[in-house]
Design a protein around this ligand. Structure first.
Ligand code: SF4
Ligand code: SF4
Length: 178
């Protein structure tokens, strides 16, 4: 695929004028989770401009992003960086590049859990995550300490209209092909 195509594809889908980025780093400097990203936001924008499709779509950054939109607000060129990352997430799933991602797996479990209970049932979410990873006793010490302090419970605290909320969440997840 020619290099300009990836940039063109992302600009068309996200409606963000990425090519005007002049690498000022304001997006990265304002990002609350930049230190946990494998590719910081301004570098990821650069990869898109350079046509580095696979690097961009398999980056952990797009799953670490909190979608808080601080980067979009701070960009002097009005580039909606958060929207660009959202687009990358959708394309990453479509290209099957997100399947090995821990954050992607956790994302799926989290959404399913909230859809079912209306609020997070930590015990079930963590158990499912650990079963998937086949790391049965990972975080066990921390889990026990949290239970002792009453931070997590053995049973779920379901909300009243959880079925309605679950329907909305599943519809939304379907839209973005999660
Ligand atoms: S803030 Fe905008 S112009 Fe600056 S590096 Fe980020 S995307 Fe590019
Ligand atoms: S939307 Fe994502 S990339 Fe942008 S500042 Fe928030 S966490 Fe960082």
């Amino acid at each position: 695929m020619p290099q300009f195509s990836f940039l063109n594809e992302i600009e068309t889908v996200s409606k963000a004028g990425i090519s005007s980025c002049y690498q000022c780093c304001r997006c990265t400097n304002g990002c609350p989770v930049a230190q946990d990203m494998d590719i910081v936001p301004h570098r990821l924008i650069r990869y898109i401009i350079d046509g580095e499709r696979e690097k961009a779509l398999s980056s952990g950054t797009i799953w670490t992003c909190l979608n808080c939109a601080t980067c979009s607000v701070r960009c002097p060129n009005g580039i909606d960086v958060a929207r660009v990352f959202e687009t990358l997430r959708v394309l990453s799933v479509e290209a099957h590049l997100a399947t090995a991602m821990d954050t992607r797996l956790f994302d799926e479990i989290f959404i399913e859990n909230i859809s079912k209970h209306g609020r997070l049932y930590e015990m079930e979410a963590v158990m499912r995550y650990r079963l998937h990873k086949k790391e049965f006793f990972g975080d066990a010490d921390m889990g026990l300490a949290m239970m002792r302090k009453g931070r997590i419970g053995l049973t779920p605290h379901n909300i009243r209209d959880r079925k309605k909320l679950g329907k909305v969440m599943r519809e939304m997840a379907g839209k973005v092909k999660i």
